[in-house]
Design a protein around this ligand. Sequence first.
Ligand SMILES: [Zn+2]
Length: 301
Amino acid sequence: MNTTANFSIPVFCRILLSLIIIFSLFKQPLQAQNYEAKSVIYNTLLGGLSGGIGAVINKKPDQKWFKAFRKGFLTAACGGAIVYSGKKINYLVGEKKELGYAWLSRIVFSAGNSIVENASANIDVWKRWHFDVGFIRLEFKTGPFNFTPRIMPSALGGIIFLASNSKFNVSETIRSGTFTFYTSVINYAPQLVASTPTNGIVHVTSLRGPIFYETYAHEMIHTFQFQEFSGVNYFFKPVSDKWKIKSNSFRKLSKWVYLDINYELMGANYFLIQGGYKKNYCNNFLENEAEFLSTGRPACK
Ligand SMILES: [Zn+2]
């Protein structure tokens, strides 16, 4: 029986959300420039809504839709709060000047993101975990234990784009757990000193000193923003399940390939909803979240 798990998640969620909200509001009162509080709300709501809607789409035949939504929303809001915490840990990269904290931030982020995905898929909250290395999704399933590395095609496209325009840095990739590249000038955005077009970062070679670590922390948060919509991927689970029955080759392929629609959704969010970086950098929420969580400053002073 999973009655205990069903009950414990909302309680756990309530405690976690309360602590984070009290902490962030106590530290800095809610005001227009408080991107800390905005980030808490954004990540819990984004997680909650994607988990709630996904749970309704994937509800069991005997489940009432509003009960499926409530369970999915509360569970995924909890995951969203952990997602925020994972993003926030990147401030240690800048403060301690140590790329190793990026591993810790990604572990926490991935745990929260996995909870959001499980809520959206309407499966047991502890059933499936993932940790992304570049374009590879390392997927672990519990009971019985199963490990599968899966390719994310959209993230792969982004990494190929980076690799064709810049030089791969093995040392920093290992130290941070995040694909890192260098170039003299970012050719698609010469005004920037760093950019994150996928689950991978490119820096200009002249970026050195204390600003390097703060910038790295900022870009780490962008890599997570590419992943944060992954609850939506499970909106298409009923269609995908049907294809798996109809097509043997699709079933075999989907074991090793994970369709990361979250990548395209990040692009739509960044450019269409938030206004991109050319005209709206200072008011772009994703830029302000990345800068505020990593340095305590808004994107533009
Ligand atoms: Zn940025």
